[in-house]
Write a protein that binds this ligand. Structure first.
Ligand code: NI
Ligand code: MN
Length: 226
């Protein structure tokens, strides 16, 4: 699986012939300007962790172009289905086999409302499994003991964890989360986009190293392979 960081909580996963876009928030992210071309994104699937603006902003413009299947919790899926988009509803704890692999919708502790205040279901994360690789994308979440359930069913190759603090876990809790999910390779996300979530990169990297784990802080637009 090829994982590309598109800024904030936006991730592109390429697996086989399929492209999966998670939480597209690009056009209003000044940090992504000139680094991500939204016109080049033609995903087969869009996975949405929750309904907040900084996770769904660019869904409709991208979906109108590439007609992907939008995968999210039931309420978010119905929201997009009512607008004429193709959807696949899930809910917490559920797995589904897609043509690229399996997705599990995991628990997250956060909130989930659309920008107009309407109900966006309960927030979640995803475990994407394909070709015997397993990637956990936590979504916006606090540290939660539910994360300890993940290694009972999935041996993760990469955990994508929020590290920006204030709205989600910060670095210290993300290190504990890495322990909970039994994964030593972490891709940090949901940091630096706004003043509330700016982090000290050097300190974050050192803290993970000291804990015996590898924190990846990908520049926007850059990729890693698992
Ligand atoms: Ni959020
Ligand atoms: Mn967010």
């Amino acid at each position: 699986m090829k994982i590309t960081f598109l800024g904030h909580a936006s991730i592109l996963v390429e697996v086989g012939q399929n492209t999966i876009l998670i939480d597209p928030f690009i056009t209003a992210n000044e940090k992504a300007t000139g680094k991500v071309d939204i016109g080049s994104l033609n995903p087969d699937y869009i996975l949405l962790t929750h309904a907040h603006q900084d996770h769904i902003l660019d869904v409709e413009v991208i979906a109108k172009r590439s007609n992907p299947t939008i995968v999210s919790n039931y309420e978010i899926a119905m929201h997009y289905e009512s607008k004429g988009f193709k959807v696949h509803p899930m809910n917490h704890g559920g797995n589904w086999n897609f043509d690229f692999g399996t997705v599990k919708y995991t628990n997250a502790i956060h909130t989930s409302s659309f920008p107009d205040g309407s109900y966006g279901g309960q927030p979640g994360g995803f475990i994407i499994s394909s070709d015997n690789k397993h990637v956990y994308i936590a979504g916006d979440t606090a540290l939660t003991s539910d994360m300890k359930l993940i290694p009972l069913t999935h041996q993760l190759d990469l955990a994508v964890l929020p590290i920006g603090d204030n709205f989600t876990m910060g670095v210290d809790d993300a290190i504990l989360a890495a322990d909970f999910v039994s994964c030593d390779s972490i891709l940090g996300y949901h940091y630096d986009t706004f003043g509330y979530i700016e982090i000290d990169h050097k300190e974050a990297l050192e803290k993970f190293t000291k804990a015996g784990k590898k924190l990846h802080l990908l520049p926007i637009g850059e990729s890693m392979t698992v």
